[in-house]
Design a protein around this ligand. Structure first.
Ligand SMILES: Cc1cc2nc3c(=O)[nH]c(=O)nc-3n(C[C@H](O)[C@H](O)[C@H](O)COP(=O)(O)OP(=O)(O)OC[C@H]3O[C@@H](n4cnc5c(N)ncnc54)[C@H](O)[C@@H]3O)c2cc1C
Length: 448
């Protein structure tokens, strides 16, 4: 019997939508199921609303600097509610264009929860749909630790819907998402405390970057409690009492407690066992380098495979899958030079190897070039705000293995450098490049 679709995609987030759109270009029959809003985490409760909040918070910081730049009488009132309503309004209009673009590409959209019946069939809203191939792109969800009173904590899903900003916010965890929220909420005037099980936040990033961001955020008034974890939350007279254990043993008071990570693959209740799709230890869908699962006609991309949980990675995996399967040109994703950013103030970004990773691989044959300086913008104002730039270089070949930065526009600067570093640029070639002056980026061209 012929299948209803050549490809059926489960989840219309970053990976699923990219996969469906690219596959439709091959003239095949594509269907997609989405149980919530089109656009998934990135559009509805991740990158996009978060970046709007970063911009809103920047006005607060810039307002504070404005006086030193000659402005006066510019005291402004911030309405969180008016702002967050505009964000949701904008997201709604993006939904409409999302839906239009999928439909224009000839993709059929189904609303509801899809579940496998067998390897060629899913059940959706009481109806069975068959497809020759499936792409699973169901993303990940935050899981809350199993501690008493955890029901009082919110996740990033709720923070975008808060009716007002908390006065005192406790954030459990020091990953990039938590730290970004710490930075934004601090800029709006919230009293923010970050509790992390490590001494320093942002595990996985270069150690100098981690330290520098933490110091920068501390200078702005964010409190860090390291080597500690949350043990219980109690609701008492309109306050939340958070019990902390570890290096720091105390009970702190907060209005809100935020938890954002770990984000665990959303693989429960998908009927994967009916389709022969196997999971790993962290509930992630096991895939090979072409994103093929343990069932040969079923592929999986994005956060549900727990490789690198980033939007451009999910999209790249989806496009590589389509090229491999429908374009008959096998394509894999190179994870070595995936740039990433932390949209805190100060901002941080990295591409390639951290110094630790490079030393693990190349031992003493690693040289690091680094500078700390006061960027021009803060010379008239925040006196202690330093930028940091660092290149990790392999001595014998002089190849740049990693670039790391903390400071204004770090994400954009590292994005441009990522192209050159991926292409194997040497330190000398960076030095020989003529700078744009005066910029922050030019400091990368004169590291000694
Ligand atoms: C607060 C936050 C900030 C972030 N910031 C950044 C950032 O700055 N840069 C960056 O690159 N990444 C960022 N990310 C990560 C990024 O959002 C994800 O990596 C990306 O969205 C993953 O895409 P995906 O397609 O795998 O999953 P998703 O985008 O989550 O899409 C999965 C979709 O599948 C749907 N679904 C699940 N199960 C079913 C089912 N059974 N049937 C039908 N539909 C189903 C879900 O409703 C969802 O819409 C952030 C994440 C968060 C939470």
């Amino acid at each position: 019997m012929p299948f209803d679709y050549d490809l059926f995609v489960i989840g219309a987030g970053s990976g699923g939508a990219a996969g469906a759109r690219t596959a439709a270009q091959y003239g095949i029959r594509v269907g997609v199921a989405e149980q919530e809003a089109l656009g998934g985490t990135c559009l509805n409760r991740g990158c996009i609303p978060k970046k709007f909040i970063v911009y809103a918070a920047d006005f607060a910081l810039k307002n504070r600097m404005a006086h030193d730049y000659g402005w006066s009488g510019s005291k402004k009132h911030f309405s969180w509610l008016r702002f967050i309503n505009s964000v949701h309004q904008q997201i709604k209009s993006i939904h409409e264009s999302y839906q239009e673009s999928l439909q224009k590409a000839g993709i059929e959209i189904f609303r509801g929860h899809a579940k496998f019946v067998d390897e060629h069939t899913i059940e959706l809203n009481g109806r069975n749909i068959t497809a020759e191939r499936f792409l699973i792109a169901v993303g990940a969800q935050p899981i809350k630790p199993d501690i008493p009173g955890i029901e009082y904590a919110i996740t990033y899903r709720q923070i975008f819907k808060l009716p007002h900003l908390p006065k005192r916010l406790a954030i459990i965890g020091g990953g990039y998402i938590e730290v970004e929220f710490a930075s934004m909420m601090n800029a709006f005037g919230c009293e923010v405390t970050v509790i992390d099980t490590s001494e320093t936040i942002l595990s996985g990033f270069d150690h100098d970057i981690r330290r520098h961001v933490q110091d920068g955020l501390s200078n702005r008034g964010i409190r860090f409690i390291g080597n500690s974890s949350a043990k219980a939350i109690k609701f008492c007279e309109d306050n939340l009492l958070l019990t902390i254990a570890g290096d720091s043993q105390k009970i702190m008071t907060a209005d809100s407690v935020l938890i954002a990570t770990p984000r665990v693959p959303e693989t429960k209740n998908l009927g994967l066992e009916n389709a022969g799709v196997k999971l790993g230890e962290k509930q992630e869908i096991l895939v090979d380098e072409y994103s093929c699962t343990t069932q040969e006609n079923i592929y999986a991309v994005g956060d549900c495979t727990n490789r690198l949980q980033l939007t451009p990675v999910a999209k790249a995996q989806a496009k590589a899958f389509v090229k491999t399967v429908f374009g008959k040109q096998p394509q894999t994703v190179n994870y070595e030079y995936v740039p990433s950013a932390v949209f805190t103030r100060p901002e941080a970004a990295s591409v390639g190897m951290s110094e630790e990773k490079a030393r693990e691989k190349f031992g003493d044959s690693i040289e690091c070039y680094q500078t700390k300086f006061q960027p021009l913008i803060s010379q008239l104002t925040i006196k202690d705000e330093q930028a940091l730039m660092k290149l990790v270089v392999e001595k014998d070949s002089a190849q740049v293995l990693g670039a790391h930065m903390v400071g204004e526009h770090a994400a954009d600067i590292i994005q441009s450098l990522a192209v050159a570093i991926r292409k194997g640029i040497t330190k000398q070639e960076i030095d020989d490049t003529i700078a744009i002056h005066p910029t922050t980026a030019e400091e990368f061209l004169r590291l000694h």
